[in-house]
Design a binder for this molecule. Structure first.
Ligand code: ATP
Length: 361
């Protein structure tokens, strides 16, 4: 009896073994991904990792070299885009500048005039732009144009909404508002959504599920909490949020240590060295260090005020080569000692630490 690996039930949308090459470059390498009906999935990854190509393959705007795309059990990979039952929103609004808002929204609607006008009014109300029917795109702000693009994508009530960096051209505040509205609307309609983004904060805020991509492969699929809290690879740990990497070794007592900090338990699989990973908010700064982890002295190199938190860059005193990023609440008293040049004791609760084998991808 080998290990029993039960395959998860295929999703409503299933991407199976999809490959894509452009010339000599492999852009997508055996991508398999399941999306549940009503789920909001983000494809998250750095520029060039293949996320837009994957979205365009789902849309039928690009043809895969191998693999299939199934929607509700049906192989849609063979259908032209118009028969695939999705709406799509691009980063650059892609509205027709010479058509009015109403004409843009109604573009894909095949309805008698009166019903069309009624549906357009309903869609504009949905994106909170009723009354803008006769405006032209150039008369609207970027955020408003993107709402129109969203209304147009939803006009025919598709089962799938595809979003290619729809918010990244907008100002921070508009982006955040529209993000929340997009999420609320997607929930209300119960539509399945796949959004491409390179913005990890956006993915964490909006997604039910994040698929982290790197170099044409999927590194991890999970909830925002899983991807942030339990990254499976060093790439995911570094790309989603900020990461501390501490070189640990076994001391004479067989405990994993860095400086004077002992993590109190053995390294995995008999290894003698590893990298301990933790998030900046996992590090406890005096006077708030907790029992269960031993303390080590650090020196504060720099402190950045980030609004809600102050972020300290610390060096372990014993070995200045080891750096620690530490986030502490900005308004809470007791963290006054976090000033450049100060020596502060820190601890890291062992249960907050995950070990990665050195050199592991
Ligand atoms: P970005 O956010 O920058 O768009 P991405 O993760 O969406 O990045 P893709 O746009 O999917 O990445 O591109 C993946 C790789 O494929 C890139 O190296 C890109 O240059 C290349 N590529 C994309 N489209 C084509 C094309 N039509 N012909 C040749 N190469 C392409």
């Amino acid at each position: 009896g080998g290990m029993q690996v039960s395959a998860p039930a295929p999703g409503w949308l299933r991407i199976e073994g999809v490959n894509k090459r452009f010339g000599a470059a492999t852009v997508l390498d055996e991508i398999t991904l399941d999306v549940r009906q009503g789920e909001f999935l983000c494809l998250l990854g750095p520029s060039g990792c293949g996320k837009t190509t994957l979205l365009r393959i789902i849309a039928g705007l690009e043809k895969q070299d191998g693999g299939v795309v199934l929607m509700g059990g049906r192989n849609i990979g063979v259908l032209p885009p118009a028969q695939r039952d999705y709406g799509i929103v691009f980063q650059s609004y892609a509205l027709f500048p010479n058509l009015t808002v109403a004409e843009n929204v109604a573009y894909a609607l095949r309805l008698p005039r009166k019903e069309k006008a009624k549906r357009v009014a309903q869609l504009l109300e949905m994106v909170e732009l009723d009354g803008k029917q006769e405006c032209y795109p150039a008369q609207l702000s970027g955020g408003q144009q993107q709402r129109i693009a969203l209304a147009r994508a939803l006009a025919t009530s598709p089962s799938l909404l595809l979003l290619d960096e729809p918010l990244s051209a907008l100002d921070a505040k508009v982006r955040e508002n529209l993000r929340q509205e997009l999420r609320a609307l997607q929930r209300k309609l119960g539509i399945t959504a796949i959004m491409v983004t390179h913005d990890q904060e956006e993915a964490l805020a909006i997604a039910d599920t994040i698929a982290v991509m790197a170099k044409g492969r999927i590194e991890q699929v999970g909830t925002p909490e899983q991807v942030y809290g339990s990254p499976r690879t060093r790439f995911v740990a570094d790309f989603v949020g900020s990461a501390n990497w501490l070189p640990v070794r076994l001391n004479e007592a067989g405990l994993a240590t860095v400086g004077d900090i002992s993590f109190g338990h053995d390294l995995p699989a008999g290894a003698r060295t590893a990298l301990a990973f933790c998030r900046p908010e996992d590090v406890r700064v005096e006077p708030h260090w907790t029992a269960g982890g031993s303390m080590t002295m650090t020196i504060v190199d720099r402190v950045d005020f980030l609004g809600g938190v102050r972020r300290g860059m610390l060096s372990l005193c014993a070995d200045r080569s080891v750096q620690l990023i530490v986030d502490v609440p900005a308004s809470e008293p007791g963290y006054d000692s976090l000033q450049p040049g100060q020596r502060v004791p820190v601890s890291i609760p062992p249960h907050r630490v995950r070990f990665f084998m050195e050199g592991a991808a």
